[in-house]
Design a binder for this molecule. Structure first.
Ligand SMILES: Nc1ncnc2c1ncn2[C@@H]1O[C@H](COP(=O)(O)OP(=O)(O)OP(=O)(O)O)[C@@H](O)[C@H]1O
Ligand SMILES: [Mg+2]
Length: 218
């Protein structure tokens, strides 16, 4: 089990406090929600956790068995899907997944990826270029990519963006199975997704110096 630790994590854009002093330790399996209205900072928090953005202060640490991973190592231990993640339009689904795994030095387990494609009704389309995919098909592929290397921690920003009810059900099935043995993070403002979570962090609780209110400026 991977341990995620956020220590007094703060992000300020210009003079705007996005969140201040988020401290938490996650070292047990489960579904963890990050909630807040549009523009509150869910994606910013996810980007700081995944290393896409630096915090203004504080730190993020991934460890296992008491050993902390370097940022370069950590990336191989989590799976990540988000609206700002790019897929390569000229590549097929299979090539997109294979490529993203190879550049990270990870083994491409085609049989497992095929199972995931089948789960999301994309197996027959796996060799089609992504430019010919609908937005919901692209979202399914992003979720598959997040799980493809069997990561120990899964982070999904807007897990069901553009998905129909069947696509949503497929994501929830996969997330619930994963959450029985690892940490799965949902950044979302969908009420039914937050209701599924064992615990929810609301970004708006982390806006003031003492974290008791909203919308503070520095
Ligand atoms: N690069 C940036 N520079 C300045 N401000 C930024 C930057 N990126 C995000 N912000 C601001 O940070 C705040 C939080 O944005 P963020 O994308 O994290 O919100 P969100 O909760 O994910 O919203 P949504 O539900 O719409 O996805 C917003 O006020 C946004 O304008
Ligand atoms: Mg967002």
């Amino acid at each position: 089990m991977i341990k995620l630790e956020l220590k007094e994590l703060t992000k300020i854009f210009e003079r705007r406090v996005i969140f201040r002093n988020i401290s938490l330790i996650k070292d047990a399996p489960g579904l963890f929600g990050v909630a807040g209205p549009n523009g509150s900072g869910k994606s910013t928090l996810v980007k700081v956790i995944t290393g896409l953005l630096s915090p203004t202060s504080g730190s993020v640490a991934f460890s296992a068995g008491g050993r902390e991973f370097s940022p370069g190592e950590a990336i191989n231990h989590f799976g990540f899907a988000s609206p700002y993640l790019v897929l390569y339009d000229e590549f097929s689904a299979r090539e997109n997944i294979e490529f993203s795994m190879k550049i990270r030095g990870l083994q491409f387990d085609e049989a497992y990826v095929d199972e995931l494609l089948q789960h999301f009704s994309l197996l027959k389309r796996k060799n089609d270029p992504v430019r010919a995919y609908s937005s919901g098909m692209k979202q399914r592929l992003k979720v598959i990519s997040a799980f493809a290397h069997k990561p120990e921690l899964v982070i999904l920003d807007e897990p069901t963006a553009n998905l129909d009810s069947e696509g949503k059900a497929r994501v929830y099935e996969l997330a619930k199975i994963a959450a029985a043995e690892k940490l799965v993070i949902f950044a979302t403002n969908e009420e039914d997704e937050l209701a599924m979570c064992n615990e929810v962090l609301n970004i708006n609780d982390y806006k003031l110096n003492n974290n008791t209110g909203k919308g503070a400026k520095v």
